[in-house]
Write a protein that binds this ligand. Structure first.
Ligand code: FAD
Length: 462
């Protein structure tokens, strides 16, 4: 497949962001045939994105292989890839579907599937950031950080997870970002480490410290002191009963979910079954709530939801439990107020839940607060351009961007933007469940189909 061209050549479709979503959109477009496609990726090789760029063996997928196919039409595709991969040689093929594979293998899988696009398909790979996007005659004009420009008839915004900025940090404090895997791996084994945030990215950091034989104290600080729970082997998706949740508010839904979980355990099944029963319906459940109820969910229940829904592999949970049990790792619940440099260390001022303000000290601060969800705070020049150009408006509750059903962006005046789509985390306000591959793969196919149809319609109107 020819893969290079100059950035100034016009293309049919420009995909901005080469993580899992952008890469799969590109692959679907190449499969459609006859389209000139460009894929712009600022930081990683296409296919990796934030999640799969980790080179670390200890970072595992949090979804088993059976559910990680990149294609709805070929549900066994990832398991087949693993079965042929040298790193899985010698493993029992019957165990592959239940395996929580290293995330770097998933990145290799996506890269392979992009490389296997039909011979003759035209993909231009641009290893640069898009810093500006504006309407132009016949489509769009994108500007790269290098200053080069590229014209496209349609654009897909696959910018994925935007890093959240750690608040309350005074000048002079160096913060290690949890998604900067090389910097986390380079943390001195004797350093006292304070991780801010207690979700999946915090768990990643703990695993890397553990793998490096970390000896220093490790603390994590989160508002409620809750951590992701573990998957249960043998969880079987249960069908039915979801309609009963639809008319209920946050409290009543939580109560019913607890009842389902209790029923599952009473029948000798894992409580996780109750969550699996919901998974395909989360979008409908989210959209059935009026905005006030969605707000209530964010205020009172989101953290409980997250730790039950975004679970970790059992082996990983065992490492975290062992580190907690022998005191190598302590999780605090409280509110961070300030981090300042203090006598060669960092002083972390925080208010523990239900008690008076306190101060912790650490040598290294790690930001594991996860992704930025609010449009107003999305960082970088491209987002500045989209906001000032009126091409975006916030999604419900200010989360992500507002989109039409097919992922077309809705502009600041409330109209769908012709020829500009998005998917993934950007749609969180509209869909809520739009973060993991089981949902994203369908979006990639649908957005690619919409963009291809747009370009075809433009051609036939010429
Ligand atoms: C640490 C972590 C672990 C995860 N583990 C799993 C898992 O096990 N299973 C699962 O299903 N999901 C997992 N996820 C969810 C994961 O986000 C999705 O599976 C998927 O990778 C999202 O892909 P994406 O392309 O939408 O976003 P991203 O991976 O964030 O990729 C977006 C890409 O766009 C690029 N970009 C952004 N702006 C620009 C610009 N202006 N110009 C050019 N390029 C740009 C970025 O450099 C980035 O590479 C995990 C997420 C994280 C953060």
């Amino acid at each position: 497949m020819p893969v290079t061209a100059t950035a100034t050549s016009p293309v049919d479709i420009l995909v901005i962001g080469g993580g899992a979503c952008g890469t799969l959109v590109a692959r679907h477009l190449l499969d459609a045939g006859g389209l000139r496609v460009a894929l712009a990726e600022a930081r990683h090789a296409p296919g990796l994105g934030v999640a799969y760029a980790t080179p670390r063996a200890e970072h595992l997928l949090n979804v088993n292989a059976a559910r990680m196919s990149a294609f709805d039409a070929r549900p066994d595709d990832f398991v087949d890839f693993l079965a042929r991969h040298p790193q899985c040689a010698g493993l029992d093929p019957g165990e592959l579907p239940g395996m929580f594979a290293p995330r770097r293998l998933y990145g290799a899988y996506l890269q392979t599937r992009l490389d296997q696009a039909p011979a003759g398909a035209s993909l231009m790979r641009l290893g640069d950031a898009v810093v500006d996007l504006a309407r132009a005659a016949d489509g769009w004009l994108a500007t790269l950080a290098s200053g080069e420009t590229i014209r496209a008839r349609a654009v897909v915004l696959a910018t994925g997870n935007q890093p959240g900025v750690l608040p309350c940090v005074e000048p002079g404090v160096d913060v290690v970002e949890a998604w900067d895997y090389a910097s986390v791996a380079a943390i001195d084994a004797d350093a006292a480490v304070c991780i801010v945030g207690a979700g999946l990215s915090m768990v990643d950091v703990l695993l890397s410290l553990h793998a490096n034989g970390h000896r220093g104290a490790v603390t994590a600080l989160s508002r409620n002191g809750l951590m992701p729970l573990a998957h249960a082997p043998g969880t079987v998706p249960q069908a039915g009963g979801v309609d009963a949740l639809l008319p209920l508010g946050v409290r009543a839904r939580m109560r019913l979910l607890r009842r389902w979980a209790a029923e599952a355990t009473a029948q000798g099944r894992p409580w996780q079954d109750a969550l699996e029963r919901l998974r395909p319906h989360v979008r409908t459940l989210w959209q059935a709530w009026p905005e006030a109820e969605q707000r209530r969910f964010l205020r009172h229940a989101v953290r409980l939801w997250d730790i039950h829904r975004h679970r970790i592999a059992p082996d990983i949970a065992a490492v975290v439990a062992a580190m907690s049990a022998d005191g190598r790792f302590v999780l605090h619940a409280g509110r961070l107020t300030r981090i300042a440099a203090h006598e060669g260390q960092c002083a972390i001022e925080w208010t523990p839940r239900g008690s008076a303000p306190a101060t912790l000290t650490a040598d290294v601060i790690v930001n594991a607060t996860g992704m930025e969800k609010r449009l107003a705070r999305m960082p970088g020049p491209l987002w500045d351009a989209l906001r000032t150009g009126g091409l975006v408006r916030p999604g419900p509750l200010g989360l992500g961007v507002a989109t039409a059903d097919d992922g077309a962006l809705i502009d600041a005046r409330g109209r769908p933007v012709g020829g500009l789509w998005t998917l993934g985390a950007n749609r969180i306000g509209d869909l809520w469940e739009t973060i993991a591959m089981p949902e994203l793969r369908g979006q990639t196919a649908r957005v690619a189909a919409a963009a291809a149809a747009h370009v075809q319609a433009m051609s036939s109107h010429r």
